[in-house]
Write a protein that binds this ligand. Structure first.
Ligand code: DQA
Length: 150
């Protein structure tokens, strides 16, 4: 990362493009665009910009993480179900030197057993779960604090 990088990369994994219509009783009725907007507004309050990418493909998410090096100051990631399985995303995040925040709309720890393990958590500075749209704002606040901009 360059010393002056002020861009946050927000990454959204599989099925998050369906938010709004997908299991609204769990994920709410807001769309991914709504969450991105919330994160962008929070970033702007700290003089940071936000770039968002969504992919349903593990390899594409890994490419976005690689491209963040030298470009983005921090990564906020909701990896969807890949949270629970993707050691490849774990390894890619490990090679990124800036802050990494894991975010989830729901609280995976209070759901099915298979959601209790996050392979992202060991390479994240912290995790925000269970607060829906507010979680995106909290994640940006955490980034701003870690970057010394709060
Ligand atoms: C999620 C939780 C994951 O377990 C699930 O597979 C998702 C969404 C969340 O934001 O609550 O796709 O990451």
């Amino acid at each position: 990362m360059s010393e002056s990088a002020t861009e946050i990369l927000l990454l959204s994994g599989p099925n998050l493009n369906l938010l709004g219509a997908r299991e609204p009783e769990i994920y709410g009725t807001e769309t991914l665009e709504n969450h991105v907007e919330t994160a962008k507004n929070a970033a702007a309050r700290h003089g940071l910009s936000l770039h968002h990418e969504q992919s349903n493909h593990e390899g594409e998410l890994i490419e976005f993480i690689h491209q963040a090096t030298g470009k983005s100051a921090a990564i906020v990631i909701n990896a969807g179900a890949l949270t629970h399985t993707s050691w490849a995303i774990h390894d890619a995040l490990k090679s990124f030197s800036g802050p990494v925040i894991e975010v989830h709309l729901s609280n995976p720890g209070a759901r099915e057993e298979f959601r209790h393990l996050s392979v992202i958590a060991p390479v994240a500075d912290g995790t925000i779960s269970g607060f829906g749209n507010l979680g995106y704002e909290l994640a940006i606040e955490a980034v701003a604090s870690l970057l010394g901009r709060s």
